[in-house]
Design a protein around this ligand. Structure first.
Ligand SMILES: [Zn+2]
Length: 275
């Protein structure tokens, strides 16, 4: 078994998982017959996410790929901050068998993570949400381990969608910046990319980002009390994403909030579409 870093380029800074808080090791399948780590990354980028949502990925040839690693993923609604997501290449709704090398790699990785996350339960995605993932033919009974029922309590995560592995190649989702979902009149704009919406939300106290279903996609820390580096880094990442040439050192050391927001406004105007 080889473990490799997929070296994916995420579009925004990932949030480290609090390892002591991991309660679940969540097993998924891609629901596609084959997929390279980069393909998964591109599918999830097209969802408007920072990139591939799984923490790691196991291919049919038994190779293991670190995707988000020990950072908060986007793979299981409500459990992304308390779950570590392992995805297996394949569609086990139609494929009736898993290759021995893939199965062995998965078993080994589960053992490895179970030792790291000592109190974590090993669960299928379908144990935590309404999904068929990882497929009815997934060799679950050969793997497990712990089948106790997880609690129903959920916590909202950034980049959540109900079925992270149900890949939509078209970025149909729009991220809306509003005070509340029920108040469309408060909307500042709608964005195809979450990072763009976040940059606007952090600029406006009391605003949040909602996905097309009205779920909270991002809730900024209180702007007034946010540590200097927090808003600054987000603004910096945002401007970089938009290809604005900026000197990081000058940005961090010398630019005031007013200057930064003037820059944001200047470069954002063309992108904002008001509804
Ligand atoms: Zn899944």
């Amino acid at each position: 078994m080889t473990v490799q870093n997929a070296n994916l380029k995420f579009t925004s800074k990932l949030t480290p998982l609090i390892l002591a808080g991991i309660k679940y090791i969540v097993v998924h399948h891609t629901a596609s017959l084959t997929a390279s780590p980069q393909q998964i990354h591109e599918w999830h980028l097209n969802n408007g996410w920072a990139g591939a949502g799984y923490n790691e990925y196991i291919r049919k040839n038994g190779s293991v790929w670190i995707m988000r690693g020990d950072n908060v993923g986007a793979h299981c609604s409500g459990y992304n901050t308390t779950g570590y997501g392992i995805c297996c290449e394949g569609n086990f709704d139609v494929e009736t068998a898993m290759s021995t090398v893939q199965f062995d790699a998965l078993a080994e990785r589960i053992k490895f993570h179970a030792a790291r996350f000592k109190t974590a339960q090993i669960v299928r995605h379908s144990d935590l949400g309404a999904t068929a993932c990882p497929g009815r033919h997934f060799p679950w009974n050969n793997l497990i381990v712990s089948k106790s029922q997880p609690p129903i309590q959920t916590t909202p995560d950034p980049e959540d969608t109900p079925n992270a592995e149900t890949v939509n190649p078209v970025p149909a989702n729009l991220y809306r910046v509003r005070k509340t979902w029920d108040n469309p009149a408060s909307q500042l704009g709608a964005y195809a990319h979450l990072s763009n919406a976040i940059a606007i939300a952090i600029e406006h106290p009391a605003y949040m980002v909602f996905d097309s279903f009205g779920n909270v996609a991002f809730e900024p820390p209180s702007f007034a009390t946010a540590p200097e580096k927090c808003w600054q880094q987000t603004a910096y990442d945002y401007l970089q994403n938009m290809g604005v040439p900026i000197d990081e050192k000058r940005f961090n050391d010398h630019m005031t909030r007013g200057e930064v927001f003037a820059l944001l406004e200047k470069y954002d105007r063309a992108r904002i579409s008001h509804f």
